[in-house]
Design a protein. Structure first.
Length: 211
């Protein structure tokens, strides 16, 4: 069976959540109240990011300048990409984060050829417009990551999921295998969902060879 690795970005590939750091630095408003509403299930991730980043008036260049050279990539990421290539596994990033900084961060470390599915962003005077697009090209408000897992499964892939956050729980449970850290790991353990813990991508490399 052909195999695909679907990987989250913020807090998974990176050690920190880049979008949260940008909002802390530049949002003119209480974006963490919106985050609380999202965590409580009162609003969708699409609604959260749309409203939160509408509070940011800084330019794209200013935002990218704030993260350039400061984002820590989780250890072993390059080794995992090489492992996927060696094993013939397709690797994709599916993230609730924003495309402009994900693309820039990967470009800075020489990995701009990775497939990325993330929130599309448009900069205009006074704010940022954020929009999620599903596998069929239609705009979506919620269930972004789950839609991509379902699409890959329908295309005949064995899906291996890698993630760290609350938004990774539902898509991970649809997948054949789960590598989990952070909140995703804690939730999987609470719900007795089978998963493989990881701290670095080198942990994943060792297990991929056995799947």
């Amino acid at each position: 069976m052909k195999t695909l690795v679907q990987c989250d970005f913020d807090g998974t590939i990176t050690e920190e959540d880049v979008s949260f750091e940008l909002l802390d630095l530049f949002a003119d408003g209480d974006w963490r109240q919106l985050l609380g509403e999202y965590r409580e299930g009162k609003i969708s991730v699409g609604c959260f990011n749309t409203k939160a980043f509408a509070m940011v008036e800084a330019s794209k260049q200013t935002l990218l300048g704030a993260v350039k050279g400061r984002v820590k990539i989780r250890e072993g990421f390059g080794e995992m990409l090489a492992c996927c290539q060696r094993l013939g596994f397709r690797f994709v990033i599916v993230s609730n984060g924003l495309d402009f900084y994900i693309e820039a961060i990967l470009r800075d470390i020489g990995l701009e050829s990775i497939e990325i599915f993330a929130a599309k962003t448009w900069f205009y005077p006074g704010g940022i417009q954020v929009r999620y697009t599903g596998p069929g090209g239609r705009g979506v408000e919620d269930g972004f990551k789950e839609m991509y897992v379902s699409s890959f499964l329908e295309s005949g892939y064995r899906v291996i999921y890698v993630g760290n956050g609350l938004s990774d729980i539902l898509p991970a449970r649809k997948s054949h295998h789960i590598f989990a850290t952070g909140e995703l790991l804690a939730r999987c353990q609470q719900m007795d969902v089978d998963c493989i813990p990881f701290a670095s991508f080198n942990d994943i490399v060792r297990e991929l060879e056995l799947l």
